[in-house]
Design a protein around this ligand. Structure first.
Ligand code: ISE
Length: 335
């Protein structure tokens, strides 16, 4: 029978995942949705055959037709949802960030390690994006030699009203933190955050843009321009500079038009558009591996490492200095 999934959180990402499970991917169905806003949960459940609405994640996870959990609530609510899923020993796809800080991520990692097996895949969807996958495969051939530098650009049209200066790091640069670790196979050892003049397009008080420099234990540097009120579109670009050459993704050249003396294309407007293929493949891969009783993809260790790096990044932003990242020893379960 199809995998029965409880989706926790029916905001923007949660509702998009419900649509994806219901209409795009195969082998799964949404059997329960959870939201602190009962009306919102009911509205989403009403659109899916046989789906029940809940306000309490524990009640949804106890239901007989729930085999797995997709957590898409805000970051601060993830720890409680994950620990409840562990009580029922249910597999979880947890949207990023795993949790908002290193201490809570560590508690989650210890609870999973106590189960004795992996249960969590973290929603770092860029690992499923065809461009990122090709870049990683190329780096792994060794044809470019050792990676020395990674240049990242991450731009959003506009930030939501609740966005704070530290969220540019913990919510947005979190993706480049994971992409850097995954692409290079290095851990990040220190973070520096530089702050250019605030854009007049940024909401009052928001430090936007920021320029983040990540140092790795493999001797590479990864820099990130994060600009969440650029106004013109959603852009994610990366260029790796290696000893023997460079490789770059995210130029959006899939469709180029020439007309009336000009050439050009369009720019995506948000992540659900730019990373649609990545999200579809990520959730399909999670469903397929879960039905086989396996857990793959970004792990709780990856979620913890990203949280620890982002926490150092937020301190670097506040203090205006380089902050070293202090990771615990990697538990055997994640080696
Ligand atoms: C958002 O939470 C995401 O995950 C997006 O991918 C990112 O571009 C955006 O800046 C974040 O706020």
């Amino acid at each position: 029978r199809p995998l029965g999934i409880a989706v926790v959180g029916t905001g923007r990402m949660g509702a998009d995942h419900v649509r994806r499970i219901d209409r795009v991917i195969s082998g799964a169905r949404v059997t329960a949705v959870v939201d602190i806003d009962a009306e919102r949960a009911e509205a989403v459940a009403a659109g899916v055959d046989g789906c029940t609405a809940h306000t309490d994640p524990a009640a949804a996870m106890a239901a007989a037709d729930v085999d797995a959990v997709l957590v898409a609530s805000p970051g601060p609510a993830h720890e409680a949802a994950l620990l409840t899923a562990f009580e029922h020993d249910l597999p979880v796809l947890c949207e990023k960030p795993l949790t908002p800080d290193a201490a809570s991520a560590l508690r989650v990692m210890e609870a999973e390690a106590a189960l004795g097996h992996r249960r969590v895949q973290v929603g770092f969807m860029r690992r499923y994006d065809t461009e990122y996958v090709r870049l990683k495969a190329l780096l792994e051939t060794g044809r470019l030699g050792r990676p020395l530098m990674l240049h990242n650009r991450h731009r959003n049209v506009a930030s939501p009203p609740f966005f704070t200066s530290s969220m540019l790091i913990s919510d947005s640069v979190a993706h480049e933190v994971d992409a850097t670790r995954w692409l290079l196979g290095h851990e990040i050892t220190a973070v520096t955050v530089l702050r250019p003049t605030r854009s007049a397009g940024a909401p009052e008080g928001l430090r936007d843009p920021q320029f983040v420099v990540l140092e790795t234990d493999g001797g590479a540097l990864s820099d990130v321009e994060i600009f969440v009120n650029c106004g013109f579109g959603y852009q994610v670009q990366a260029e790796v500079v290696c000893e023997l050459g460079t490789a770059r993704i995210g130029d959006g050249h899939a469709l180029v038009t020439t007309m009336a003396g000009r050439w050009g294309g369009t720019v995506a407007q948000d992540w659900t558009e730019r990373f649609a293929q990545a999200y579809d493949d990520e959730v399909q891969a999670w469903v397929d591996t879960t039905r086989r009783g396996e857990v793959t993809g970004p792990s709780t260790w990856d979620g913890y490492a990203a949280a620890a790096v982002c926490e150092a990044g937020v301190r670097a932003l506040e203090d205006g200095r380089r902050v070293a990242v202090d990771l615990v020893e990697r538990p055997p379960l994640y080696r």
